[in-house]
Design a protein around this ligand. Sequence first.
Ligand SMILES: [Zn+2]
Length: 290
Amino acid sequence: MTSTHSKLSASIEALLRKTVYWALQPLLIVISLYLAHTDASIDTHTVFIVAAFCIITALEILFPARREWRKGIIETIALLGFVFVAMVAYVAIETFYEVSLFAWMNSLSNILHLDIWPSHWPMIAQVLLIFLAFEFVNYWYHRAAHHWGWLWKLSGHSVHHAFKKLSGLNAIANHPIEALFLILPRAIVGFLLGGEAVGSAFVSLTTVTAILVHSNLSLNSAVVGWFFTTNRYHIHHHSQVIAESNTNFGCVCIIWDRIFGTFHDASTKNTGISDTQPSYKTLFIMPFKR
Ligand SMILES: [Zn+2]
């Protein structure tokens, strides 16, 4: 009886793992695109993003791809605290940019008549265009942050790479100072093309994919990974081996890596920037240390 029961639980678990492997990322992408297509409110996007994050986190606890990446309670609380500080900094810096740099860029864009956005296109085509444009600028910022040592340090991007255990929450585990740089690609696209209203339509697509690519789950890369970044590709970008880390710069869309020759599909042994994860104190002062 016990043997039959355990066999049944094992086959249910195998079925759930397979479902997650094949269906989780495509399903979340389809819902994100549907929300973009229907021009959903920001509240609807927020509910979806929070729900997706909770589901991904629950699945990481139940079916982790790497058991050694499971975090203890203290580790989780410490990471949550770090993420909280990063988010507060992000909101503060974004508010500062809105009233200073972005206001100035908006005026200049109006004077130069730079708003060439094709607002007559179907919504889904507009979303795809701004998504590709945003990912293009983001790709080059990310590649530059890895290429130039001064930017790697000053931007705080090294801190994002310092974590040894990855999970969905690591998508937003950035040094507070990195918000200064992460917010800019969106503003540059808005300045050159316009289309800011459409930009908010793909917030679910970018946020949920960013969470997924850091997740500790076994996910299929063969189909969805032709266009979108998967966690296999992004975990490779987090490799401790520098040559491996200098690949797969697209955090959400992998197409620019394929075009510019930085795509690499391989498994990853160790992540992080050293054999052990630095303390949080070290992480905070890392961009300012010589
Ligand atoms: Zn990176």
